[in-house]
Ligand binder design. Structure first.
Ligand code: NIG
Ligand code: FE
Length: 387
């Protein structure tokens, strides 16, 4: 039972309003942070005022930010789609149907193969500063394959999402498939899931089907979230706002009604710039959302089709460069924003009571995340106060 002080922090990003001091990120210079025996933050403040601790770790003037909260990923799969990416870069369009290629490979893989691939991707994420990870199913699309995908994901995170409604699998009748997703598949998946998600998009599921799936999930105790307005305008974002969902993800094609609905409902708009990067689509306009008072998160959407990056620092850099966010807004969206998108109060910031999940950057400021794109700036990642 002991406390650890991380001191010599050049700049500490708390992400917490009480330390704002005019800085939107709640920044403290020449700071220290004390972790208690439970891996929680016990104290943050100026180094000079730090309380005594049993152990000391020196940050050598580095910047410390909250660990990234990646609130959207699809890490349970087998194979890759490099050939599809290659063809896209030669001019082909991205289509939802590519998902079926990964479904075939995932069904053919053993549990051990899926778990090993997942472990590899989680390790990649940790090395790049991600400390909380949401993981979806959605490449199984049978009762057995969705349930085992979620059981494997559960070994890595509490934030698991049942996405049986990803696409209608090859050869299935859409109505019969929705009945399966809301019936036997839901029953098998629910014990391993916290959330339920639907890809509400042309070529996947329409508004009525999304309502049906979300209602069935809610009746089983799963909380809803949506993939919406990714490939074109559509009803998904308004549906998420109407139902008061915690988050709606992608939000690439929005009209004024969609933006107003998000601002009114408080639903977090999760933007996934890795997708636009990898599909050559136009980026969502984060500035428009922020100026309208919408809560914004950034996530990787790591998956083998539309966004095969596990890097939150890359997503922060893209958000700043391509989505008109300031560096402070992007860092906030990738930490506290992701926590809001998962309805988590214990992560995404560094203030007394929060989990001591943090990143030491090989840089004097969080601005370097966008300023030095592609550079491995993560010197260390701590989970619950442990490197
Ligand atoms: O979030 N939009 C739907 N699902 C994934 C893409 C999955 C794939 O292409 O394999 C996404 O972009
Ligand atoms: Fe996704």
């Amino acid at each position: 039972m002991s406390t650890t002080a991380l001191d010599g922090i050049g700049l500490l990003v708390t992400g917490s309003p009480e330390y704002r001091d005019g800085s939107p990120l709640g920044e403290i210079t020449d700071a220290a942070l004390v972790v208690d025996e439970d891996g929680r933050v016990a104290w943050v403040g100026s180094s000079r005022q730090a309380p005594a601790a049993d152990f000391h770790v020196g940050a050598a003037g580095r910047c410390v930010v909250p660990g990234f909260v990646d609130s959207h990923s699809h890490l349970v799969f087998a194979g890759d789609r490099a050939a599809e990416f290659d063809a896209r870069m030669a001019g082909r369009r991205y289509e939802a149907g590519g998902i079926r290629t990964t479904v075939a490979a995932t069904r053919a893989a053993t549990d051990a193969e899926l778990a090993a691939n997942l472990a590899r991707l989680v390790a990649e994420m940790r090395r790049q500063g991600t400390t909380t990870i949401e993981i979806k199913s959605g490449y199984g699309l049978t009762v057995r394959d969705e349930a085992r995908s979620l059981a494997i994901a559960r070994q890595f995170t509490e934030e698991t999402t049942y996405l049986g409604a990803h696409v209608v699998p090859e050869g299935s009748d859409p109505d019969e498939y929705v009945a399966l997703v809301t019936g036997a598949m839901l029953e098998a998946a629910a014990p391993y899931a916290r959330w339920i998600d639907v890809f509400c998009e042309r070529g996947a599921f329409d508004e009525d089907q999304a309502r049906t799936v979300l209602a069935a999930g809610a009746a089983t105790g799963l909380r809803g979230r949506l993939h919406a307005n990714q490939l074109g305008p559509g009803p998904g974002v308004r549906l998420a706002a109407e139902l008061g969902l915690v988050a709606v993800d992608h939000c690439t094609y929005l009209d004024d009604t969609d933006v107003a609905a998000l601002a009114d409902s408080g639903t977090v708009a999760t933007l996934l710039p890795g997708v636009e990067f990898s599909t050559r689509q136009p980026y969502p306009d984060a500035r428009r959302l922020l100026d309208a008072g919408v809560r914004v998160a950034i996530a990787s959407d790591c998956n083998p089709g539309s966004s095969y990056t596990s890097s939150m620092p890359l997503c922060v850099a893209l958000a700043v460069r391509e989505m008109r966010m300031t560096p402070a807004e992007a860092t906030y969206a990738a930490t506290a924003g992701g926590a809001a998108a998962l309805d988590r109060a214990d992560v995404g910031r560094l203030a007394p009571g929060s989990r001591a999940d943090l990143v030491l950057l090989e840089a004097p400021s969080h601005v370097h995340l966008a300023y030095r794109p592609g550079v491995p700036l993560v010197a260390a990642t701590w989970l619950s106060g442990r490197p």
